[in-house]
Design a protein around this ligand. Structure first.
Ligand code: GAL
Length: 411
């Protein structure tokens, strides 16, 4: 912990502003076996720490999860529906899976909660991964077809739709860094192709979702780190903000693949989802520079920098010209007091951005639960709620009460 001024009131928010918390199917449901991620977790040498296994058993315990959201006095629950369950084989749709998600949405509505539904959150059905996944352009029409079937089944219960979650991370980490499926390293051609297909899939899905039933905003959610560029390669040297970069700097393509490609693809959307965790200092090629000694980091090894969100909402709003929803923001911390500090400083920065005129329509803390953090397994604790991985008992942490108090202060 450090000295900081604890925010005690967020103050009034514009009408329609949505407070919530987020999860994703593969990270909480358990037994999500028909996906590229499950196979990756069970393949030796991929670097994934452990299997997602039963995760938080939310496939069965989703009612408890909704109750936790309700107990905090939030407006909405952001969660994802699992493509591999809904379409277990090419063109074969499961009514049972569709009904399962419909029941969650109907129940949430009955409790007075809004459903913020993500259609793709990192996992891809195995049958499609075997066809080349996001590098095969056929995925564009497959994704649109799946969205069409899903929205026809439960569109009337959707309040906000997020087409694809952080395609930039899936493409970068999957094809360049190799730590997500399919585990390619330095495969720049695939990185570029996947980016193109992700953008096209988002654009193809939008009119399908807009056709309803239901009438709800549609957008894409993008991982945007608060990035400081050191064009001379010196971590202690001058910083250039992403607004002021020369057009032809060496990392221009990387920056485009990482962020701007999606802010462009979002043109004509109802909002852009901003997901920010940290500040990163990068060299002229866009690659991260080593942290200075004594850098305070989170459990993920990322700089502890809750104010980052203030800069990223400004960037995304200015670049896209769209309203922003903070669809994810949070910290992995063993000490929950660090989470309280993170939320306090992050929401202070968000308030400032809103006071400066940035059109922010909602905020979602990541995550409702301690859950399966992809290649890092269950060790990083992002949750407002602790989950016992043997009994699946949920225990809200003090940070959940603190978050709830700030939400209440905005009413
Ligand atoms: C995002 C992702 C989430 C969650 C979070 C924390 O990239 O959408 O699934 O894992 O990061 O790392």
């Amino acid at each position: 912990m450090s000295d900081y001024t604890k925010l005690t009131s967020f103050g009034p928010v514009p009408e329609g502003f949505i407070w919530g918390t987020a999860t994703a199917a593969h990270q909480i449901e358990g037994g999500n076996t028909n996906t590229d991620w499950w196979r990756f977790e069970h393949t030796e040498g991929t670097g994934t720490k452990e299997s997602s296994g039963d995760a938080c058993d939310s496939f069965n315990r989703w009612r408890e999860d909704l109750q936790l959201v309700k107990d905090m006095g939030l407006d909405a629950y952001r969660f994802s529906i699992e493509w591999a369950r809904i379409e277990p084989a090419d063109g074969e749709f499961s009514t049972v899976a569709l009904d399962h998600y419909k029941e969650i949405m109907e129940t949430a509505r009955g409790m007075g909660l809004k459903n913020v539904v993500t259609f793709h959150h990192f996992t891809t059905p195995l049958w499609l991964a075997d066809m080349g996944g996001w590098t095969n352009p056929v995925i564009v029409e497959k994704f649109a077809r799946y969205c069409d079937v899903a929205v026809k089944h439960f569109g009337e219960f959707i309040d906000v739709a997020c087409t694809i979650n952080e395609p930039n991370m899936v493409a970068w980490i999957g094809y360049d860094l190799g730590a997500f499926p399919p585990g390619h390293k330095g495969d720049m051609d695939s990185f570029r192709t996947a980016t193109k297909n992700f953008a096209a899939a988002h654009r193809a899905a939008r009119p399908v979702l807009k056709a309803g039933p239901g009438d709800f905003p549609v957008g894409i959610t993008v991982a945007i780190s608060d990035t400081r560029f050191h064009l001379d390669g010196d971590r202690n040297g001058p910083e250039t903000s992403p607004f002021d970069l020369p057009e032809d700097f060496p990392g221009a393509e990387h920056k485009w693949l990482m962020v701007d490609a999606y802010l462009e693809a979002a043109e004509g959307d109802d909002f852009v989802g901003v997901q920010t965790y940290s500040t990163h200092h990068v060299g002229p090629d866009g690659q991260q520079l080593p942290h200075p000694e004594g850098q305070r980091v989170t459990q993920m090894g990322w700089p502890f920098s809750p104010a980052a969100i203030g800069n990223t909402v400004r960037y995304a709003a200015a670049k896209s010209g769209l309203p922003v929803i903070v669809t994810e923001n949070g910290v992995a911390a063993t000490d929950d007091a660090d989470r309280v500090e993170y939320i306090s400083v992050a929401l202070t920065a968000l308030r400032e951005a809103m006071n400066d005129g940035v059109d922010v329509r909602g905020y979602f803390y990541w995550s409702l639960l301690d859950n399966f953090e992809w290649a890092s397994g269950f060790a990083p604790f992002f949750g407002l709620t602790k989950v016992d991985l043997k009994t699946f008992a949920r225990s809200p942490k003090p940070s959940s009460a603190y978050y709830a108090s700030l939400v209440a202060s905005s009413r």
